[in-house]
Design a protein around this ligand. Sequence first.
Ligand SMILES: Cc1ncc(COP(=O)(O)O)c(C=O)c1O
Length: 480
Amino acid sequence: MSSLDVQMPHAKSGNWFRSGETTGASGDTRSQMRRFKLSTMDKVGNRLNKLQAHLGSESELLVAPNNTSAVAVEATPGSIWNGVPQAPPDPILGVSEAFKADKDGSKMNLGVGAYRTEEGKPLVLNSVRAAERQMVADMSLNKEYLGIGGNPNFCKLSRELILGADCAAVREGRVSTVQSLSGTGALRIAAEFLGTFYKGAAVYLPNPTWGNHKKIFPNGGVAVKSYRYYNPATRGLDFQGLCEDLCAAPAGSIILLHACAHNPTGVDPTHEQWAEILKVVKAKQLLPLFDSAYQGFASGDLDRDAQAVRMFVNAGLEVIICQSYAKNMGLYGERIGALSFVVADAGVAKKVYSQMQQVIRPMYSNPPMHGAAIVERILSNKENYEAWKLEVKGMADRIISMRTALHSALQKLGTPGNWDHILNQIGMFTFTGLNSAQVTNMTKKHHVYMTQDGRISMAGVTAAKAQYLAAAIDDSVRNC
Ligand SMILES: Cc1ncc(COP(=O)(O)O)c(C=O)c1O
């Protein structure tokens, strides 16, 4: 080996370039890159020379000390990545890590939004098991690559699930759908598409919102702003603030709306309020982007939970929809979801589809097939579909019954404050209103794990633990 040909991370962009290669960067950036390159080269040279010593003296000198690349041999061994800072734990998944490490027998994990049975165990739906059995027995299935946009029948069934099979936009071929890596993947493709073809528009997120929204959109090239949503004083919707902020947003702005079961607050607009929001969106020519991660979890009824989305689409608006099957089919780890663009005409829909493929291809080439095949078997087979609908209702009902159990346990304890929001909030989460010190007490003293904003997943509460949880809340409210 006579020349060193090492790939190095570009100092600013994180892209890789070869040593000695010019990058066309500005003087400042170039000198930064050179500094980075030299110190990194030192370490690489040091390691290669150690390797050479290990191999024996006949082997060619891999990197000459003091050569033109200014490689100086350092005495201390190190990693190329020594300078990489430690990232903070994810605010939600980090809670699960802390929960796992806790050895206390009474611990509860109410941080992550995942359904649990009455025994506190994860649930694989019977309809999912049935679909998987049918798949195993189906010898016509193979493991070939899916197309870039995923399983086409899955895509068709997904848009029909959210929009209704009788939706005019669906019938007229005005809906482009691609399979995605669950809801997060749908949002990420949408973000990159918008960053490319809808340049300059910011996305307005409700305050508060699911934390990942704030990271996904900038990564796709879309700036993030917020609109008022939750009123801590009423523990309900700040409807006036919401309307004012949407009215003040520049025309063309993207408005992210949680289709139902708002995360983290559990506060949804009423039907009448949705109609008002639609009026504002239309009048101000805003672009609605619906995040539908909980269809079926709010009311137990799949159609009812799709009402807001359908209202906007049936009013003739162009709409973007991100769907997830993580919660309503319990397919968390299968990473299965869909992204749909509802557009004004079928020709545009085709072009949009082609560009969604352009986003996907260099990112992960094409999506995995297993989750899509499960969803396809459930949505296209009457027996599986009916069984699934009952199971969704069962999950939603159990969550609602846990709201009642927790509320009445707090009433019995006479816990200071009004806890009616536990009954009124919708879907998987309750925004308890506990402050940061109270949340810390919940975790440190009572081993109840929850996000620092005071959100608890009602899906993680069981009848057996409702009293324990109420007592922990009572103690935290009274003493912190
Ligand atoms: C509002 C919202 N959107 C999207 C998602 C995406 O979830 P997943 O990628 O698991 O489908 C979640 C998950 O918690 C969520 O709460």
